[in-house]
Design a protein around this ligand. Structure first.
Ligand SMILES: NC(=O)c1ccc[n+]([C@@H]2O[C@H](COP(=O)([O-])OP(=O)(O)OC[C@H]3O[C@@H](n4cnc5c(N)ncnc54)[C@H](O)[C@@H]3O)[C@@H](O)[C@H]2O)c1
Length: 261
């Protein structure tokens, strides 16, 4: 469903916009009037930009690595250069790289999960603040996960717990500056096959078996006993990003069929 004009005149930065939830959020926000800035380290993010522009939307894409502070700073600077302001930041980069019992994680793999699922959001929130403070307004929507209580991906669970903490604390600290900070906590979500895999090394048969255990736990923990759709994740993200949610801040909204994470 499209709410025509809901984001008219708004500039929205979406991280991890080349595929999945991020691409869907960007496309729908553009259809609802936003000027969107698509940030991803996958070069095919330009294809999402082209599709939006072909539909008559306004979009630019920026290719950078948000696991570095420099990437976050460059992305925000280019967004302001292109559109003059940033009204909304959707921090969508993240995702469990590996699924395995915690005892089976190697130390470097623990670090990689935190770098992927916590640091880009921490960096982008910091990098966008000067712009939002100057504007005296802004909205940040972070992507958490129901995995804050789940098996086979403890480092990712910890990263997303960090997302919940920064969402609440940042909201408290900057409410007086006109900045809202909120999050959704998606559950398992059905999507087309990923063009960029979470784990560039591929998953062994053992890892696929561990992943199946996590999928079973996620499905069982949901009252609705099923995965959600991309559209079921995109809609609450855009509601929280919109002015309709102007009295909602510091909230992490579970979107997981009854699983509160
Ligand atoms: N899909 C799910 O089932 C699910 C469930 C719960 C939470 N989530 C959360 O929702 C968000 C989106 O999930 P998804 O499944 O759509 O993601 P995805 O893995 O399909 O896509 C992530 C995108 O982020 C990009 N990216 C990854 N690392 C990056 C980096 N360092 N710099 C720049 N770009 C980078 C990738 O290139 C990719 O385009 C994530 O934060 C994830 O943790 C997803």
């Amino acid at each position: 469903m499209i709410f025509a004009g809901r984001f008219a005149g708004k500039v929205m930065v979406v991280t991890g916009a080349a595929q999945g939830i991020g691409a869907g959020v960007a496309a729908r926000a553009a259809a609802e009037g936003a000027s969107v800035v698509l940030v991803d380290r996958a070069e095919f993010v330009t294809e999402v930009e082209q599709a939006i522009v072909a539909e008559g939307g306004k979009a630019i894409s920026i290719c950078c690595d948000l696991e570095t502070y420099e990437g976050a700073a460059v992305a925000m600077a280019k967004a302001v250069e292109a559109f003059g302001r940033i009204d909304i930041l959707i921090n969508n980069v993240g995702g469990a790289i590996r699924m395995r019992p915690y005892a089976e994680f190697e130390p470097a793999q623990i670090d990689a999960e935190i770098r992927r699922s916590l640091m880009p959001t921490l960096y982008c929130c910091h990098a966008v603040l000067p712009t939002m403070l100057e504007q005296g307004a802004g909205t940040i929507v972070n992507l958490s996960s129901n995995a804050t209580r789940g098996i086979r991906r403890v480092p990712y669970s910890a990263a997303k717990g960090g997302i919940n903490g920064l969402t609440q604390s940042l909201a408290m600290e900057y409410a007086e500056s006109g900045i809202r900070v909120v999050a959704t906590a998606p559950g398992g979500t059905s999507a087309p096959p990923r063009r960029v895999a979470r784990n560039a090394e591929g998953d062994s048969a053992q890892e696929q078996a561990w992943m199946a255990e996590a999928v079973a736990q996620v499905t069982d923990s949901a009252f609705l006993k099923r995965y959600g759709t991309l559209e079921e994740q995109i809609a609450p993200i855009l509601f929280l990003a919109s002015d309709e949610a102007s009295y909602v801040t510091g909230t992490v909204l579970p979107v997981a069929g009854g699983d509160l994470g």
